[in-house]
Design a protein around this ligand. Structure first.
Ligand code: C2E
Ligand code: MG
Ligand code: MG
Ligand code: MG
Length: 299
């Protein structure tokens, strides 16, 4: 019954569910996917890739986002947009989320030991993880274990109706530890503005759907300007995601959003590749909006 409800919920969403579509393409049933997902950690099929975030004013990489990848033994690569919702549904998100957080913090701490300018690490956290009473303790343990200082950790959280006062309390405790909180996909959900009042948030992450319309859609441009004003009014940091072209980057910077993440600069990449970039201090050579996306690595 649970599965039926889950599928119904998926299908009732806007248009034809991407999940369903993708699953049909892979010819994998939800049940099969669940079973495989349960084994993915043990089988070491999960992997973290890292996408740089660029400060166009500094002309430098200032942070990286950790993004999860699942290399399924027979089905190949499965997108996190497809399997994270399943992990949430079957109660696996806590274990997977903890694995990502530990791996990302450990990796970033290793990078910190090799470079002078410490980068921030952004990790996506499902609201479901905030429902776990032990979440804050787990985070503290992971920071101790990996040696990463809390001020270099940012958690990206998508606006969600499941966010109750109790979860706000969890976020407040994370903030008190010195962890930053970013609202992911900002502007795409119903409650964006009221969130900022209640949410101990440090950064707004402009959703890529608005960025996509920069060259073609007046409304998207208006939306971006409005969201930038909101960020300024609330004295929040801001970053745009999904920036693929020079025109998009130009528009954002001209309007006051100079933190940029997207294929225009870098795609998500394996640690060794990012390490090479950091080692060579290529980021120093990123001229003001002059960098071309030559470091791409398809994942
Ligand atoms: P997100 O956190 O909003 O991440 C941004 C997504 O946009 C990533 O997709 C990234 O690869 C993609 N992206 C970045 N730059 C560009 C660009 O210039 N153009 C385009 N077209 N796409 C770009 P990805 O890696 O497939 O992840 C999808 C979503 O899955 C993430 O969206 C996030 O919500 C979720 N996710 C990924 N890793 C994790 C994780 O470890 N935990 C949780 N809870 N969710 C995760
Ligand atoms: Mg994110
Ligand atoms: Mg996003
Ligand atoms: Mg997202």
């Amino acid at each position: 019954a649970d599965i039926a409800m889950y599928m119904a919920k998926k299908e009732s969403g806007s248009s034809y569910s991407f999940f369903t579509q993708h699953m049909e393409m892979l010819s994998i049933s939800k049940l099969e996917m669940e079973n495989h997902l349960r084994q993915s950690l043990d089988r070491k099929e999960l992997e973290i890739v890292y996408q740089p975030q660029v400060d166009c004013m500094k002309g430098a990489i200032t942070g990286v986002e950790a993004l999860l990848r699942w290399n399924h033994t027979t089905k190949g690569y499965i997108s996190p947009s497809d399997f994270i919702p399943v992990a949430e549904e079957i109660g696996l998100i806590d274990a997977i989320g903890e694995w990502v957080l530990r791996g990302a913090c450990r990796q970033m701490n290793a990078w910190h030991r090799q470079t002078d300018e410490p980068l921030m690490i952004s990790v996506n956290i499902s609201v479901k993880q905030l429902h776990d009473e032990r979440f804050v303790d787990k985070v503290i343990t992971i920071l101790e274990e990996t040696g990463l200082e809390a001020r270099y950790l940012e958690m990206e959280i998508t606006e969600n109706v499941a966010m109750q006062d109790k979860q706000m309390g969890v976020l407040n405790r994370l903030r008190q530890l010195g962890i930053s909180i970013s609202v992911d996909d900002f502007g795409t959900h119903y409650s964006s503005l009221s969130y900022l009042k209640r949410f101990p948030v440090t950064k707004i992450k402009l959703d890529q759907s608005f960025v996509r319309g920069v060259q073609t859609d007046d409304k998207d441009r208006a939306m971006i300007k409005a969201i930038i004003s909101v960020a300024n009014a609330f004295q929040l940091q801001m970053i745009a995601e999904g920036v693929e072209t020079e025109e998009q980057a130009d528009f954002l910077v001209a309007n006051g959003c100079h933190h940029i993440q997207g294929y225009y600069f870098y795609k998500p990449m394996k640690p060794a590749q990012l390490q090479a970039i950091l080692n060579k201090e290529l980021h120093d050579k990123l001229a003001f909006l002059g960098a071309k996306s030559v470091h791409n690595y398809d994942i």
